[in-house]
Ligand binder design. Sequence first.
Ligand SMILES: Nc1ncnc2c1ncn2[C@@H]1O[C@H](COP(=O)(O)OP(=O)(O)OP(=O)(O)O)[C@@H](O)[C@H]1O
Ligand SMILES: [Mg+2]
Length: 520
Amino acid sequence: MCAKTTCKQQKSKVKKLEAEIERLQHVEVELKRSLQFTESLLSAVPIPVFFKDAEGRYLGCNKAFTEIIGVTPEEIKGKKVYELWPNEHAEMYHQKDIEVMHDIEHQTYEFVVKDKNGTDRSVIFSKDVFLDEKGKVNGLVGSFVDISERKRAEEKLRESEAFLKELNETLEDRVKERVKELNCLYRISALGYKPHASPAENIQGIVNLIPPAWQYPDVTCSRIILEGEEFRTLNFKETPWRQSCEIILNHEQIGLVEVFYLKEMPERDEGPFIAEERLLVEAIAEHVSRNVERHRSEESIKLLSGELIRIQESERHRISRDLHDKVAQDLASLKIAIETLFRDTPAIARSQTLRVPKILQILEESIRSVRKISYDLHPAGLDEMGIAVALEMLCNEYSEHHAIDIGFHSAGIEKLKIDSNTQINLYRIVQEGLNNICRHAEARNVRIKLVAAYPNIILRMEDDGKGFEIERRMRETVLEKRMGLMSMRERAHLLGGRARITSKKGQGTKVVIKIPFAKK
Ligand SMILES: Nc1ncnc2c1ncn2[C@@H]1O[C@H](COP(=O)(O)OP(=O)(O)OP(=O)(O)O)[C@@H](O)[C@H]1O
Ligand SMILES: [Mg+2]
């Protein structure tokens, strides 16, 4: 019984064992298949993958890892990071392995790996742990993505950004410099050319505009020497850091523009100065030269027109004298001769003598006309009666012939000894002013004042007529060859004075002439 039972039990055990063996064989086949699948999967993945045990020893790696890093799974198996990689890399790998196995959390970080050529490549590591059946960390699986290309591109981008920034800053600096220079030239030309002012009057302004246009305004000073006269900025001092340009007119040096740095500055194109500053200093010298040239031409035109006015006046005077002293006298003698012609010859036919009064009347009119023309050409006795009286007479004459109320007032003039040149020119100015009022102004009232206000004689003519646009009319009168206003100005300049004409449409016209008399 006992032996029978034991035999049965053993048979059952064998059966169980056989079933277990079969099951295990089945599991082994499954495992092999799964392992093979995993190996194929890992080998097919193009990203390098590695795995380590819980102590951080490599268990293996895939094909991509071997291709990039140059080590086979057999070579790394069982090795720790310190045995394979340079210390500075191994240290980081080790730290990160401990961290991921402790935190049991997916981990990514950027670091480097040494490739099979010994070159450091930037990569992003990605690691995860795997656990045993009890949930304990059994090891880790890691992979990395090569970002060297991206890094290089980023670096290039950073470099070109930095380059662009630098370029931008340099460009900005250069633009700022150019703007400064242009400002300087603009301001110099905006100083304007003042007709009748000597170039010297402009030069101080130009000198002061130079330093702000140079690279280092705070340490810049300048000087312009023109026809022996010197103009300097307040901080002027001669130093070894100098830039200059001669002022040339008609192949002759008439001056010099100089710029100095008060202290040593970095070397540039021309000592511490840049090429553009050379162009600027030349442009300034050229500007000054052109101003001098213009001033010289203006001076000669002024001289010429002054001379013309003088010649015209003396010719008028001569013709006026000839007309008065000769023609008018001859006509008067002729009148007397005709009056007495038939006195002693009664035999002359009455029809003939009847024509005499008619002839005498014509002669009388001719004498009056000649005297008037003579007076108009040159007011006789201007020197004797004085300008104030002559002008009063002139105003009365115009008042009589035109429906305009002309008020004349003078003060302090009688006491002055005014030379005949000044008198005749003042007379002509008023004459032209009154002509204009009668011809163009449609005025009702005119006020003329001649006042001696030391050191000037001031002549003021004001009408309440329709006025005119001075700028526009002055431009037009040049083409229309009208000379009145221009000759008023010329005469004022000839006397060393100034003429100021102001007018507005509908608001009358005012002419003010100021001439110095103390200097005479
Ligand atoms: N007092 C004034 N009122 C209104 N317009 C005036 C007056 N004076 C001058 N003008 C205007 O200015 C212009 C120029 O005057 P200007 O004396 O130079 O020339 P003109 O009188 O026309 O000719 P000219 O004097 O050569 O015989 C005139 O044509 C006129 O339009
Ligand atoms: Mg006129």
